[in-house]
Ligand binder design. Structure first.
Ligand code: ATP
Ligand code: MG
Length: 421
């Protein structure tokens, strides 16, 4: 393999070397058999949308990976953080392109490693190209010896300070040191559209995140009881939508007036059943909006037994009012798990800002925990359901949120890997 590089090859290798990329790996998308190309195409489209406003050159598929070329002087850290919010990616790595000859690899790797601080290192080579003349262990040994020779540093295969990744892909080699964990899941828009009932609390934003992670774009519906609730509560929900929009690039929020409905419920139903009625009306109104928007399911942040209103009996009587499926992605999670996710995705600090949710208005300390459909329907006969639903829809305000690269809360993104990128 070792031979002197002719001048032309040397120049080509140096030009190639300054080209900067993000090498993105995916997992679940790669498991799709017949539909794999469809999922990969959506993933590329979503990456382009996510990077709108950032300088990038190309996004393309290459041997089971996605390659994003970025200018040398691009804000690489911010681009990396942005890519970490694209569902479907298992990881993304800031990478340098190198020629495939051993000389190129040795020289380029050394140039990148030279100024890094480390005492121990390892080489982790992978070949997508099985026709490449060296096996991965051979490449590990050869490049490892070269780095030892030049740096005098030691190899540690179990817990090195620095891991040098070398991916041989098609006609190229990529060198990288950091693997940023991705959001995983499926690319948004590869599954059906849903409507999420979004309160200003901790749970429903996490429910929205989890359903988007399964590829479903979401439309947000928030019920407010203005003037019983203040305008800040609506502002808080808009902030949550902006944060969640980072995962799907364009969002619609409906703000629906609920005070009129609540007044009727308070006037005509026993206090302990009110929350059940609030929820039945919320679902009915959300279902109408879902039909209008072409959504296939409703999503809430309920978790069984978390609060008195979320017993299985109540959830069943609440769901029975709509024909559309009601998905509850948090159904088996405890509060601590939900809070952990909320912190990780950055919604927690907004969710805990003080506000008044319309559901907490006019409800007794001990609400009904064992609602029965027949009894609830009997009481509900006193309400003009159609008039209440129509009035709420009539007052609904629809707002569109576009993607904005500046929304990212830096601290919310996990990072892993060794060595600077
Ligand atoms: P969250 O943190 O999502 O508010 P929670 O534990 O406080 O959840 P509840 O207030 O009982 O639970 O609400 C249960 C679910 O009902 C919420 O997760 C949400 O999906 C829906 N919901 C409650 N209030 C509203 C609202 N004002 N607008 C839209 N959806 C709501
Ligand atoms: Mg709530």
């Amino acid at each position: 393999m070792k031979h002197a590089a002719p001048d032309g090859a040397l120049i080509r290798s140096i030009i190639a070397f300054v080209r900067r990329f993000f090498l993105c790996h995916y997992h679940e998308v790669g498991l799709k058999k017949g539909n794999r190309a469809f999922f990969e195409r959506r993933l590329c489209e979503n990456i382009r949308k996510a990077l709108a406003g950032f300088p990038f050159k190309t996004v393309r598929r290459i041997s089971g990976r996605i390659l994003v070329e970025v200018p040398e002087d691009a804000p690489h850290q911010r681009i990396g953080r942005r890519l970490q919010k694209v569902f479907g990616l298992a990881s993304c790595s800031p990478a340098w392109l190198s020629g495939q000859s051993l000389e190129d690899l040795e020289r380029n790797l050394w140039t990148l490693v030279r100024d890094r601080e480390f005492d121990t290192f390892k080489i982790e080579a992978r070949r997508a190209q099985k026709s490449f003349p060296l096996t991965s262990p051979e490449l590990n040994r050869l490049l490892g010896s070269h780095v030892v020779e030049r740096s005098g540093k030691g190899v540690n295969l179990t817990a090195p300070d620095l891991t040098c990744h070398v991916d041989i892909v098609e006609r190229y080699a990529f060198l990288y040191f950091t693997r940023l964990p991705g959001a995983r899941g499926l690319p948004v828009t590869t599954s059906g559209r849903t409507v999420v009932l979004l309160s200003g609390g901790i749970d429903s934003p996490v429910a929205a995140y989890k359903i988007m992670k399964r590829g479903c774009p979401v439309i947000f519906v928030h019920f407010h009881s203005y003037p019983f609730t203040n305008l800040e509560s609506q502002e808080k929900v808009r902030r949550l939508v902006r944060l969640l929009n980072e995962f799907q690039f364009e969002s619609v929020l409906y703000r629906v007036p609920f005070a009129h409905t609540q007044r009727q419920i308070v006037a005509l139903t026993p206090p302990e059943t009110r929350v059940v009625f609030y929820r039945r009306f919320m679902l009915r109104i959300a279902e109408r909006l879902a039909l209008k928007e072409g959504a296939l399911a409703l999503v809430t942040g309920d978790s069984i037994g978390q609060v008195a209103s979320q017993t299985l009996a109540n959830l069943s009587v609440i769901s029975s009012t709509v024909a559309m499926p009601v998905l509850r992605p948090l159904v088996g999670d405890d509060k601590e798990e939900i809070i952990q996710t909320a912190r990780r995705i950055g919604t927690f600090p907004v969710s805990i800002l003080p506000d008044v949710d319309c559901c907490s208005l006019f409800v007794p300390k001990h609400p009904e925990t064992r609602a029965r459909a027949a009894a609830i329907e009997e009481i509900e006969a006193a309400l003009d359901v159609e008039e209440l639903v129509a009035a709420a829809l009539d007052g609904a305000e629809r707002e569109i949120f576009e993607s904005s690269p500046s929304e990212l809360p830096a601290a919310a993104i996990p990072s892993r890997g060794n060595g600077p990128s």
